[in-house]
Every structure is written in structure tokens, then in C-alpha cells.
Design a protein around this ligand. Sequence first.
Ligand SMILES: C[S@@+](CC[C@H](N)C(=O)[O-])C[C@H]1O[C@@H](n2cnc3c(N)ncnc32)[C@H](O)[C@@H]1O
Ligand SMILES: [Zn+2]
Length: 340
Amino acid sequence: MKKILRQFWESMTRPRKWKFTNSLRNTFQFNNQILLNTSLIKCFIVLSFSIYKTLGILYTTALIGQNVMKYSTLDLLLCPACQGELTLDAAYPHGVLETGKLTCFACHKIIPVKHGIPRFIKEDELTGLNKPFAHMYDWFSWIYSAFSKIGFLFLGTTDSKARQEVLSRLEPNGGKVLEVSIGPGVNLPFLLSSPQVGEVYGLDISIGQLNRCNSLIRRKGWSVDLFLANGEELPFKDDSFDAVFHIGGINFFTNQQKAIDEMIRVAKPGSKLIICDENESGAQWYEKFLPGFKSAFNGQREEIIAPVNLVPPTMIELKLENIWNGFMYCIEFRKPFTTT
Ligand SMILES: C[S@@+](CC[C@H](N)C(=O)[O-])C[C@H]1O[C@@H](n2cnc3c(N)ncnc32)[C@H](O)[C@@H]1O
Ligand SMILES: [Zn+2]
């Protein structure tokens, strides 16, 4: 009886044991397979991204070699430190400038021109929040365009709709447009497709952003002049531009008042100025998703308030609106013909 019972027990347990270990082995192999597949996919993504970026760098480097600034642009420039006249020390073989230097007649400051971009600032001279932000945008420039496109979908709009919502407010009437903080040139396709826009000029505090912008400009064959400069000290003569706009950086400029006064100074009388940046809810969103954003403030960020009170009372047609489904504020005004 005992024997029969043992045989019965063994007959019952053996196949189960076999099934169990088999299924364990299968599960293990299956998990291994998943792990292997996931690692392969990750490797593939990293490798493709690296190849894409390396090709991008090579392409950009080749293109940057051809970057130039129009000779006529020199007429617009002045020394941002003392507003003195600049003299150029460089050859202009075809009416365009690639490399050289500008020297201030009054304070003797030297401004190098590299790849057609006059460099009015040095990163180590920046103060306050300008310094960490210039640094953050240098690396962020690699993914900024994609980040911004995806960001608009999260906001329930699209890149094209959102940018047109701002740019359609400008009234350049075929004249010169200045973008303060041009970034990698995300507004350029929309600006340059407008018959209202003549020449476009852009500046930024981040050389990384400008390099991306430069390669886009060369790739597309556009004629846009770029400057490495601080929005608080614009390197342009008074009354130079038919429209001036800024999107996305002024909240964290070291001195917002100076930046607004400078945009007004370089705008022609009668021209429109637009200043937009994120509302408090937008900044909280960045804090969650943008590495380096929160740490730039050492945990002491002030609540964002649209700097509409910093627009001088002499400006006319002043409007403040929320745009991009409440994510941004937009300040719009006109520089009067006379300020008396
Ligand atoms: C959010 S991005 C906006 C880029 C672009 N205007 C757009 O519409 O997407 C902010 C830009 O402001 C620039 N920026 C930050 N501080 C600046 C300053 N003091 N002067 C000029 N540009 C500045 C950054 O380098 C960055 O390219
Ligand atoms: Zn000077």
C-alpha cells in the first residue's frame, strides 16, 4: 500500500516538478529575452542619436565656416558698454564679414567676430541669473527645438499656431525685425514667410543657441545676422528697427527694466514691441521637466508677474494678455513718435 501510494505521489509530482522548473526556466529566458531586447533597443536609440548628432556637428561645423554678416549691418552697431562708435579691423572681400574684430573708438573694448557673429559678451563677465541661464541654454540648445515643439502639444496647441499668435502682432511693414533672445531660430520659419518682414536680426546670450541658429540659417540659405549679446545692453544704435520682439527669457534676466528700456531705445518711433514669457504655472512646469532650471535659483525663485509695470508710461497702446492657453503672458505696445 505504501509503495502504491509513493508511486502515485511520484507520478503526480514528477510532471508538476518538471512543468514548474520548465516554466521557471521559460520565464527566466523570457525575462532575459525582454532584458536583452530592451537593452538592444536602448543601445540602438543611443547609437542612432549619437550618429545623428555627430553628423549634425560635422554638418554644422562645415556650414559655420561659411557664416557671414552683411557689411551694411555695421551701420546699426555700437559699443554696448559705452555706446561708442565701432571700427572694423577685417577684410570684406565680398561685402560680408566672417572673421575679424570690432574696436570701440571710445572705450577701446574689442569685440571679436567669429563665423560672422560679433561676440559682444564673455560668459565670465555675466552677472546674476544671466550666467547660469547662458550656461543652461548652451547644453539645452541641442534639444530645444524638439522640446519646444513637443511642449506645445502638451499645452494643447501647435508650434505653428502658437508662434503665429505672437508674430502676427508685429507690424514691421517690410522693414527690419529684431528678435531679442532668438534661441536656435524657432521663430525664423514663420517670420521669414511673412511678406511684412524685411531683414531679420537676432541676438542671444547663449553661444550654443546661436550656433544651432547659425546652422539652421545656412542650411536654409536665409540671410539673418546674429549677435552674441546681452538683452540688457543691446549693441545697436537708437531707432534702428521697425519691430522688436522677445519670447521666453525675460522673466529671469538679471535686470528686466534695462532690457525693456533697451528694446524701446533701438525700436524706431511708431514701431510695435512684443514681450512674452511664461506665467507662474509655466515656470512650475519647467521646474518639473527642465533639468538645471530649478537649481539656477537655489530654491529662491520669486513668483512670476508680467513686467507690465516696467513699460514706461510714455509708451502707447499698451496691452497685457494671456496666450498659449494661459501658459504665457504677452505684453504689446507701440513706441510713440514723440515722447513728450
Ligand atoms: C526659452 S528660450 C526662447 C527662445 C525663442 N525666443 C523662442 O521663442 O522659443 C529663452 C532664450 O533667452 C536667452 N536669454 C536668457 N537670458 C538672456 C539675456 N540676458 N539676454 C539675451 N538672451 C537671453 C536664452 O539663451 C534662450 O535662448
Ligand atoms: Zn565702448
